[in-house]
Design a protein around this ligand. Structure first.
Ligand code: NAG
Length: 487
């Protein structure tokens, strides 16, 4: 085969994400080889490459033909279901690869699987990257946010390609070398955890505006459009405005009201919360969003519970709260509550990343992470630029909420935030994300907590000892004896 016919890179796994990423790479001028065991997937991709502008893409029907069609050192992206399918694909392809070649897993993989595969690849002289890809099908086609971690040498081999393929923002392409080992997957996992939090907070804002404020879908569409022109400007706010505008083709009103209130999930949010617990990092907003998905799944139980509790005399308080509501002010308060809650959620995600980075020596650059999330990905938002700047000002920032700029914003918004949460509580509308964020803020900002009492209890029943505020050392007290001595 003449060298000129070889592709720059290969991609195996041609579900829609894989097809779209391959077409994106080809469109940026990098000839690409594609492969899938199911041959119809290869043909489908070839058709699309032809129809979407005669893109430089070649289809291959065996792992061997596929691998040999790529120029050395070869880089092969695999986009298959996480877990066993990744191992199977690696086995099929690596049989034909040579030392110096690279495998790049673009799936939502558990980071420890990537770390195992890095070691396995090394034993064959292969390089390995675990690359988080965010942006869904649309992002894969037109510019995703990419989070590659693993071999730095492998990253340098594909740097020119991924920098063109990634979403572009004013301060560069939305890709950077994340760090060693499974850091790329881990960062993508936390990105998804933050995404859970954002979506939960937005749904709570919707709930309060709809049920306390009495806003119609048309009004909600306008409000979210307006918010998308201010500090909340982001992909999720933008698509939420669109959702409220879609009519139900099967009946009256808007489609959003006909959707069953049961949220699906694929696992990265759960991993994020598990990791937060493992690392002793508080992530209550992200945990609340996960819990809410679990509770949403209990649709039948919730319907039954509503009936039982109504029968037991529980009254809907929404109506009484709603009368006398200043709609304009409520809308403005909810906007501020949403923003402040988001900052707390991002602070939790960033601090989880920092804890893992310290444990694994990944040396994560938080400013860079915020920067590559500014475009392409689901949590892309204007305010990520401010997060980037906060970490540039101080790479060792203890928490986003104590960055001088964010601290000022939190203080400015806290009255509105408390009003919204208070109103929701009075109305009996659960806002677990906003409440978790507010409690996180109120706990973190207080110099003195009631943890002294918990320490006393632990010392009383378990002799766990305590420290004092006024002298060094560990102390134990015979609490019960002393308390009852004089009785
Ligand atoms: C090929 O396509 C099938 C069906 O879409 C998929 O299950 C499989 O994982 C794909 N990948 C590879 C590498 O064959």
């Amino acid at each position: 085969m003449a060298a000129t016919t070889l592709s720059n890179i290969g991609l195996a796994g041609l579900a829609v994400m894989g097809q779209n990423l391959a077409l994106n790479i080809a469109e940026k001028g990098f000839p690409i080889s594609v492969y899938n065991r199911t041959t119809s997937k290869v043909d489908e991709t070839l058709d699309r490459a032809h129809n979407e502008g005669h893109l430089p893409l070649t289809g291959h029907y065996t792992p061997r033909d596929f691998v040999l069609s790529i120029q050395k050192p070869r880089s092969v992206i695999i986009l298959v279901k996480a877990g066993a399918p990744v191992d199977q694909t690696i086995a099929a392809l690596s049989a034909h690869m040579e030392p110096g070649d690279t495998i790049i897993d673009g799936g939502n993989e558990w980071y420890e699987n990537t770390e195992r595969r890095i070691v396995e690849a090394e034993s064959k002289g292969l390089l390995y990257l675990g690359m988080g890809v965010s942006g869904g099908e649309e992002g894969a086609r037109n510019g995703p946010s990419l989070m590659p971690g693993g071999s730095f040498e492998a990253y340098n081999n594909i740097k020119n390609i991924v920098e063109k393929v990634a979403a572009q923002v004013e301060d560069g392409p939305c890709v950077t070398y994340i760090g060693e080992g499974g850091s790329g997957n881990f960062v993508k996992m936390v990105h998804n955890g933050i995404e859970y939090g954002d979506m939960q907070l937005i749904s709570e804002a919707y709930d309060v505006l709809k049920n306390v404020g009495g806003l119609s879908n048309a009004e909600l569409a306008d409000i979210f459009d307006e918010w998308n022109r201010g500090e909340l400007e982001s992909f999720l706010i933008e698509i939420t405005a669109d959702i409220f505008k879609v009519k139900d083709e099967h009946g009256d009103g808007e489609l959003v009201d006909k959707i069953l209130d049961k949220t699906g999930m694929k696992g990265t949010g759960k991993w994020t919360v598990q990791q937060a617990a493992e690392l002793s990092v508080a992530a209550p907003t992200i945990a609340a969003s996960l819990d809410c998905r679990y509770l949403s799944g209990l649709k039948n139980e919730r319907v039954a519970a509503a009936e039982v509790l109504a029968g037991a005399g529980l009254k809907e308080e929404v109506g009484s709260v709603r009368s006398g509501i200043d709609k304009k002010r409520l809308i403005d308060d909810v906007r501020q509550a949403l923003y402040a809650s988001k900052i707390c959620s991002y602070a939790q995600g960033m601090n989880l990343l920092r804890a893992k980075s310290l444990e694994k020596n990944w040396n994560l650059n938080f400013g860079e992470l915020a920067r590559i999330w500014k475009g392409g990905c689901i949590i892309r938002a204007v305010f990520l630029d401010r997060i980037k700047k906060a970490y540039q000002r101080n790479p060792n920032l203890a928490s986003l909420v104590v960055d001088p700029d964010f601290a000022k914003e939190m203080v400015q918004r806290q009255a509105a935030w408390r009003r919204v949460v208070g109103l929701a509580i009075s109305a009996g509308i659960s806002t677990p994300g906003m409440c978790a964020s507010l409690s996180y803020f109120d706990t973190y900002r207080r110099a003195r907590l009631p943890a002294n009492l918990v320490q006393a209890q632990r010392d009383l029943f378990g002799a766990h000892t305590y420290e004092r505020v006024d002298r060094p050392g560990a102390f134990h007290t015979e609490w019960t004896k002393l308390a009852r001595k004089n009785v």
